[in-house]
Design a protein around this ligand. Structure first.
Ligand SMILES: [Cu+2]
Length: 179
């Protein structure tokens, strides 16, 4: 099962659960209820929710943060540097191909508005992304595992032809001479 399918199923389950809660509330809304005991129960549920967040949510958050930060430029020796400039509505690279299995440093900027540099593998799965911002050079490091044509799509709505803001970076096999 792909991550996308899993998140779809989890979302659907959450939607059904939420709909069930709404239907139950609607069904109960016609029955008069004594208010003070209900209020006490609501506060109790609130306390349970708070402590669940503290005891479960906090450790899970800390555990997930182990993926951060992503590999920084300083940690990579001898990267292949690709300077990326974005403009409404096209991408410009100072090289069109890089080599697989060797770190690539994308230096990403914009000449006008914010764009989103989204990198997709040949099967259409996103492998990395970074913001392209005017006045800044954002550095993103990525090591391509396989050769192929990787699409670059804009991830930040940037105007009329945003959807057409697309380009390709060719990844050659490791050890290739044109990398
Ligand atoms: Cu865009």
């Amino acid at each position: 099962m792909t991550v996308q399918t899993l998140s779809l199923l989890v979302s659907l389950a959450a939607i059904v659960a939420l709909a069930a809660v709404f239907l139950r509330v609607r069904a109960l809304s016609h029955t008069p209820v004594d208010y003070p005991p209900l209020l006490a129960r609501a506060y109790r549920l609130g306390r349970i929710a708070l402590w669940t967040m503290v005891v479960v949510g906090l450790p899970v958050t800390v555990w997930l943060l182990r993926y951060m930060p992503h590999t920084t430029a300083a940690a990579v020796a001898d990267p292949q540097v690709v300077n990326v400039s974005s403009t409404q509505w096209f991408w410009e690279f100072d090289r069109e191909s890089v080599e697989a299995s060797k770190p690539v440093e994308f230096h990403v900027t914009s000449t006008d508005v914010n764009h989103g540099f989204g990198l997709y593998d040949p099967s259409g799965r996103m492998v990395a992304q970074v913001q392209a911002m005017p006045g800044y050079i954002n550095v993103m490091t990525h090591t391509f595992e396989a050769a192929g044509d990787y699409r670059v799509l804009c991830l930040e709505y940037c105007g009329l032809a945003h959807h057409a803001m697309e380009s390709v970076i060719t990844v050659t096999a490791a050890g290739g001479s044109n990398g």
